[in-house]
Design a protein around this ligand. Sequence first.
Ligand code: ADP
Ligand code: MG
Length: 537
Amino acid sequence: MMSGNIHKDITGSDDSVSGLESDEGSVRKANIAIGRVVGELVRTTLGPRGMDKLLVDNTGMGIVTNNGASILREMVDHPVADLVVDVAISQEDEVSDGTTTAATIAAELLGEAEELIDQDIHPTTIAAGYLAATERAVKVLENEAIEIDATDTDRLVEVAKTAMAGKSINAEANIPELVVKAAQIVGTENGVDQNDVKIEKITGGRVTSSIVTDGVVLGKERADPSSPYRVEDADIAVINKPVESRELDGESNINISSATEYDNLMKSERSEAVALVDHLTNLGVDAVICSEDIKELPRALMAEQGIYMARRVDDEELRILSKATEANIISNPREMTADDLGHADVVEESDIGGDRKTSIEGGAGGEAAMLVLCGSTKDVVDELHRAVTDALSVVALALREPRVIPGGGAAETAITLDLRNYATQHDTREQLAIDAFADALEVIPRTLAENAGISPVDGVVNVQAAQSTGTSTAGIDGETGDVVDALEAGIVEPLSVKSRSIEAVTEAVVAILRIDDVLPRPDGFDEKEAPGEMGGF
Ligand code: ADP
Ligand code: MG
């Protein structure tokens, strides 16, 4: 863990933050500085050309990541920094995107606030200005938003692509397309339940071999070589206990003292197994999918009856299967009724990414998808997996709240320009704070330009000029640094990712500005019993 580094660096250094003059102002200054460091930590990872960070823990293990939340989670341990980090992390948890943006903007808002404080603007005034600016910014975003719908595959693919920007994924692989297809397969009028998309990782293949299938793929081949490869129009029994010859009755020790007894035992075992398989065939079962073992005798009998079997199937897959085929998961097949059976068009053993698996298509429940992700090494597949899960939740969000805004700094620039105008309607002091907020948002186009390798100043100037004379959808192409129409270039993000993040960021920044004292924690102080808010107990 690198915990404590920031704390140490700041408080231990000899700049304006330490060696503090007077109480109230100095505490606030220190807090602002800490908040700013948090943003600086992740800023260089922003956008499609953002750099990765190598995080190394004290055992020397490293992970390479571009994910703002991971970086902050690993590196930061300070109560004030945590206010900013929490915004980023809750952004990650709730919308899986926009973490770097949130931390970057927070840092900038704190920096602007610091300058205003130096000009003797009171923190309360700054807070009021920031809050007014935020409310206005959300309105601007809503104005900029365009509606999409679930059938708008092209736009949704753009949303997925923008969400995956900066994740080192082979551009030839149509991963964003696969993500959208999966979301559309499982989507209902109630939205997309991500749990309905099963993700299978295969190490060894090429990323371009990744596929999405309608239906469920179980990680297991068929359980018996003499059973059929494929059954159609299949009634399916889904079982989560071992399928044994005998019904288990708790008597595990049977004493056998003679050959006759053994013979009788075998006979009764066989007849119980026959009875079980008769029961299943009478119900019309064509496939038995079990998360535990299917013992040899019932297996052989079922194979004779032409029943497809898969055993030791993953529990999570079993759950998805039951949903997709509308089967009840049962533990005792002897008590199973026809109502418990699921149904699918096809159950078959097939080759997926070089492995034998069981695929189930056309389930009665209709809403399951399987994403099979392939990659040359475990690291590649894991990174792909993270990127895909994130993109999937962003696409799910775009389907739930189907409005998108232009990315590439376009939306932030539109807000900046609008706020400069809006600020003039306020008294001088608040006006300064609103202007400061407008300036702070320039960090996004500036950083995108910078990370794309062009002059950050030019980037901001160009995009503002393009918006002032043309459309508010002008943004920075994060690959080249050129000004483009972000909507036409397909750089789009869900409205809610951005509006939510601006609101949460302002809230954290305002909280930091309001802290004017840090008291030591009394001995035996219990956080749960503490009244009031931070700094005020
Ligand atoms: P975050 O953690 O905030 O999501 P990212 O590294 O994913 O950080 O960068 C997100 C920013 O990159 C957004 O402002 C988004 O509009 C922008 N972006 C994504 N793809 C592109 C692109 N191709 N060109 C320009 N900007 C892009
Ligand atoms: Mg992102």
